[in-house]
Design a protein around this ligand. Structure first.
Ligand SMILES: Cc1ncc(COP(=O)(O)O)c(C=O)c1O
Length: 503
């Protein structure tokens, strides 16, 4: 049977390549089937009007890449077993091969599904003062120490920059993290249970990969951190919101499910800033055990505690392998590092390691090695002590100026973290309205849903709560921003009741 190839002498690609490409495409599309014979090179060359050598060279390449096989004295045939790698051999600038078409009948209905994702970069530009949540101060990054460590790591890197490393993460960093979370979070863990990830979001993905096949539902705080909610939404897990009050997740509302995954931020709830009480922590762990469920504990800003001792992490209270603990260096050092860790229950270590390999083959060696040294030398703890002090002063300053201008303000989340939530008094314009007006005056303020959270219910806090990320603003700037806010609110003519509290 003659082959339906058409070569173009005007094409910049060689005739031999065009021939190879078209035969390969016919094989991949199933137009030439396994075992089918190809015309002898002499016959094909006459048929398509090219030199025999052109056909021989094209056949040789098809042979080399495993698309065809030659049986001496019998002929040339389409290969019986196409190697996987042959399908994607796009070299010489060749066009991607046309893969077998599926059922095209529904093509018109086909639409690329774009999952929702949180805005990690503030979409609002041109603000003079910005309370965008979760940003450490730019000048807090320990540049000098980091540069020195990076330099010395590079000098002695040897083959570590060229070789793959353990996908679970550098042992020295996993060891340093295991030693850190003991005293800091009450978690006793072996470095074997630590997986280095590219920040919490990557850790959430890893936990989702490990757990999604074992659970039937996703349970989350309401309101909830968008990054977590959107991720589990994209896994198509049915979700169930559990309200948050001033003591954290309302455990009495946890559904009696069979094996679910619950995502929580117990240290400093995102976005309301409240801390989950010890009583509720214990009840949550009991629920997980009773229902065969697992918990992802996102401890994103627990390095900052200003009042009282921090409560032991859920993971530190868990004796039954129910808690995946997520830590990040995004808040205490910087989000640009993209470094964090997932502490997995012992039964999931092998799965997490395999998934991490499948997902990324591990995190960059240089940053891991630098972070390990930063922690081993004690520089990390020194850095934490320093910025904790700075952030505490900024928090105090923010509270002082809110009280000065607005009286007895109802604020949540003051005892730790990098943001607070202000529940507006009755009579004030809605959070969204204040956000809009403050924005026009150059002050970036955020409500719950514009500040990286979402709710699945008609949550009352959405209308009356503003969140302020204070860590990145100096005290002078905080004072100036709150003075502008007071002016803006005075101009908005709040009701008589509200006017009493606006100085
Ligand atoms: C609740 C919560 N978890 C985690 C993160 C940090 O994410 P990552 O470590 O991926 O930078 C954030 C950042 O804003 C957050 O608000």
């Amino acid at each position: 049977m003659p082959l339906a190839v058409r070569l173009d002498h005007g094409d910049s690609r060689s005739l031999q390549f065009q021939l190879f490409d078209q035969i390969r495409s016919m094989i991949l599309r199933g137009l030439l089937r396994s075992g089918e014979s190809l015309p002898p090179s002499r016959v094909l060359s006459e048929q398509i009007g090219v030199s025999r050598n052109t056909v021989v060279l094209a056949y040789e390449r098809l042979l080399l890449e495993g698309y065809i096989e030659s049986r001496p004295s019998v002929g040339t045939f389409v290969s019986g077993a196409l190697p996987e790698t042959a399908i994607f051999t796009g070299t010489d600038g060749c066009r991607a091969p046309v893969l077998p078409a599926g059922d095209n009948e529904n093509d018109e209905d086909f639409a690329v599904r774009v999952p929702r994702a949180q805005a990690v970069v503030n979409p609002r530009a041109g603000l003079t003062y910005d309370f965008w949540v979760g940003r450490p101060a730019a000048d807090s990054f320990p540049i000098k120490e980091w540069r020195r460590i990076i330099d010395s790591k590079l000098r002695y890197a040897g083959a570590r920059m060229t070789e793959y490393q353990d996908p679970q993460g550098l042992l020295s960093l996993r060891r340093a993290i295991a030693e850190h979370v003991g005293p800091a979070r009450g978690i006793t863990v072996s470095p074997d249970e630590v997986v280095i990830v590219g920040g919490s979001q990557d850790g959430l993905n890893l936990a989702a990969s490990v757990l999604a096949r074992h659970v039937g539902a996703f349970i989350h705080e309401d309101p909830c951190y968008q990054g977590a909610f959107y991720l589990f939404e994209s896994c198509d897990l049915p979700s169930s919101p559990v309200p948050v009050d001033e003591h954290g997740l309302d455990v009495a509302c946890l559904p009696e499910v069979n094996r679910a995954l619950a995502y929580v931020t117990p240290s400093h709830q995102y976005p309301l800033g409240v801390t989950l009480s010890l009583e509720r922590r214990i009840a949550l762990l009991q629920w997980a055990r009773r229902t065969g469920s697992f918990i992802i504990e996102d401890d994103y800003d627990s390095d900052f505690r200003y009042e009282g001792a921090p409560l032991t992490a859920l993971r530190g209270l868990d004796d039954h392998g129910r808690v995946f603990y997520l830590g990040t260096f995004s808040k205490c050092l910087g989000a640009g590092l993209r470094l964090g860790y997932l502490i997995v229950p012992p039964a999931f270590v092998a799965a997490a390691r395999s998934w991490k390999t499948l997902m990324s083959n591990g995190e960059p060696w240089l940053e891991q090695a630098a972070m390990a040294e930063f922690m081993e030398q004690g520089a990390f703890n020194r850095h934490l002590r320093r910025i904790r002090q700075t952030y505490r002063m900024r928090r105090d300053c923010l509270l002082h100026h809110l009280r000065r201008h607005f009286g007895d303000v109802d604020i949540l989340g003051t005892n730790g973290g990098m943001h607070i939530a202000w529940r507006l008094p009755p009579g004030f314009p809605s959070a969204i309205e204040i956000e809009r007006r403050a924005g026009r005056a150059g002050v970036g303020l955020y409500g719950l849903t514009t500040g990286g959270a979402c709710t699945q219910t008609d949550h009352p806090r959405v209308a009356d709560t503003l969140i302020f990320g204070f860590a990145a603003l100096s005290e002078e700037r905080i004072a100036a921003a709150i003075a502008i806010l007071a002016r803006v609110l005075n101009e908005t003519q709040p009701t008589a009741e509200a006017r009493e509290v606006v100085s």
